[in-house]
Design a binder for this molecule. Structure first.
Ligand code: BES
Ligand code: ZN
Ligand code: ZN
Length: 496
């Protein structure tokens, strides 16, 4: 489906979506259409008791006098208080209402939204962006269902006072959406299709957009001493990979931002095996790396004026004769020894080496990691917020703000010495689980912090938000790509 921007004018085909603010009369071409049909639209509003309240919708067969097939009256609620996010959600709702549409084209005529900080074109672009985000679905493996369910819509046109300017405002948003779609795609693919090497191969495609792509194999990682990461993958027949993506859009002298992702392409738990109920969910245990990939796609696509490195730690956690055992002690790249007490606490082992490598090689000005790290964060925050941990208050508050702006919300949890003590080991420098049953997400974050020096760092535990069981305003159920829009916003606001 193509998004288009056009001048305001009465369409002569397809579906027309007319928006009205609460309690307001029809305006512009909506008023013209009403006149042309002898007041059929206002009559429908009265009969259906349509007041223009938020999310109210009335569907009509287009009355005689109009060359349209259908009209959808859409309630916009109160006129004040719109934000880019509320407009995106509105666009997504319009798209959802058009899903069963039989027309090839639909046109959206809403009264001009504008605020002190946002002109009408930007507002229209954000609506279109929300609509676009809502179109994505994963039906690759259901070709018949795909055909039956495919929305007939070929173009969705947004009417605005200055279509050219709206189109220009939409272009970078379109690129962010491409990044979001790439993330959703790789996170949704099954674990027999996405494994470390196949995901690294997809990452290589970013070269065409000007992203530098390096892939380290197991031999190269062994040379670097990445035994924590390699230990996780040693039970799998698949080779582990470390993917390093670089985007150089900023000045040469600018230290990069670094984004590091957990990429366990399937997490069985290893020898500390998980129960079989819902184990298939663990295909999305690579979502952190999926976000790194999609974010780099978005930044390159919109030619962001900033230097960023993305690192994906890719491995598969399997039980086998060669698998790591509870009780094993490994020496990480940092030199610290780790006692493995539970092979299911593997994400932190992957990140220990990936974080250490990233901070030492790139000397980033800030480093963020994303990981579906703990079941405990799902217990604390559910699917609403991702957990945020940081050694830097400014970084934490900026990330939280970017989360509020994009609707990818973060909730900060504490770090501290008492929690840190809990992962001291009797036989090694550190153990990979806490001793008690409490604060599982915090002890996991505390473990990561042992592999971060003084660099401003934040850890986002996205175990509860990477995959949505019900669907969210801007995504259908399944992979959300939580983190791409958030980090793009953070970068755009503070570093470009
Ligand atoms: N990948 C899981 C965490 C997870 C749980 C992600 C639910 C998405 C949804 C992680 O590797 C894990 O198994 N963590 C263990 C740690 C424990 C053994 C200390 C957990 O949370 O149970
Ligand atoms: Zn695990
Ligand atoms: Zn895991």
């Amino acid at each position: 489906m193509k998004i288009d921007f056009l001048d305001r004018g009465l369409a002569t085909e397809g579906t027309l979506v007319i928006g009205t603010f609460e309690g307001k009369k029809l305006q512009g071409i909506a008023a013209d259409a009403d006149k042309k049909t002898g007041g059929a639209l206002s009559r429908a509003m009265t009969v259906k008791d349509f007041k223009g309240k938020k999310d109210e919708a009335v569907r009509l067969i287009a009355p005689n006098g109009l060359k349209l097939s259908e009209i959808i009256l859409f309630g916009l609620g109160k006129e004040d208080g719109v934000t880019p996010l509320s407009l995106e959600e509105l666009g997504a709702k319009v798209m959802a209402s058009l899903e069963k549409c039989k027309d090839k084209s639909a046109f959206v005529h809403f009264p001009a939204f504008s605020t002190k900080t946002m002109d009408e074109n930007t507002a229209t672009a954000h609506m279109a962006y929300g609509a676009l985000l809502r179109t994505w679905k994963f039906d690759k493996y259901q070709p018949k269902k795909k055909e039956a369910n495919t929305c007939a819509l070929k173009t969705l046109g947004f009417m605005t006072d200055a279509p050219k300017a709206a189109k220009k405002a939409f272009e970078p948003l379109n690129q962010i959406a491409e990044g979001v779609f790439l993330t959703r795609h790789v996170v949704s693919e099954p674990p027999n299709i996405i494994y470390p090497e196949s995901l690294a191969k997809i990452a290589k495609d970013l070269k065409t957009l000007g992203v530098g792509v390096e892939v380290l194999n197991e031999t190269q990682m062994q040379k670097l001493g990445m035994n924590a990461l390699l230990g996780v993958g040693q039970g799998s027949i698949r080779d582990s990979q470390l993917v390093v993506l670089t985007w150089k859009g900023g000045p040469k002298s600018q230290a990069p931002l670094a984004i590091v992702g957990k990429g366990v392409t399937f997490d069985t738990g290893g020898i500390s095996i998980k129960p079989s109920q819902d184990m298939d969910d663990m295909k999305y245990d690579m979502a952190g790396s999926g976000v790194v990939l999609g974010l780099m796609r978005a930044l390159a696509g919109r030619k962001a004026k900033v230097n960023v490195v993305g690192v994906m730690g890719l491995t598969e956690n399997m039980p086998s004769g060669s698998a790591q055992r509870p009780g094993d002690i490994v020496t990480s790249m940092s030199g610290q020894t780790i006692e493995i007490l539970n092979t299911d606490a593997e994400g932190r082992l992957v990140l220990a080496d990936a974080l250490w490598y990233t901070q030492n090689r790139f000397k980033p000005q800030a480093m963020i990691d994303l990981a579906t790290l703990t079941g405990a964060i799902v217990i604390s925050l559910g699917q609403e917020y991702a957990g945020l941990f940081s050694n830097n208050d400014t970084l934490a508050s900026r990330l939280k703000e970017a989360g509020d702006t994009t609707g990818e919300k973060l909730w900060r949890l504490p770090l501290g010495e008492a929690y840190d003590k809990d992962i001291d080991s009797g036989v090694a420098d550190v153990k990979n689980i806490g001793s008690g049953r409490g604060a599982g997400s915090i002890t996991a974050a505390q473990f990561l912090q042992r592999f971060v020096n003084d660099v401003p760092w934040a850890h986002l535990d996205i175990a509860g938000t990477a995959w949505d069981k019900k669907g969210r305003p801007l995504s259908v159920k399944g992979a959300t790509a939580f983190g791409v829009r958030l980090l793009n916003q953070w970068i755009q606001t503070h570093y470009e």
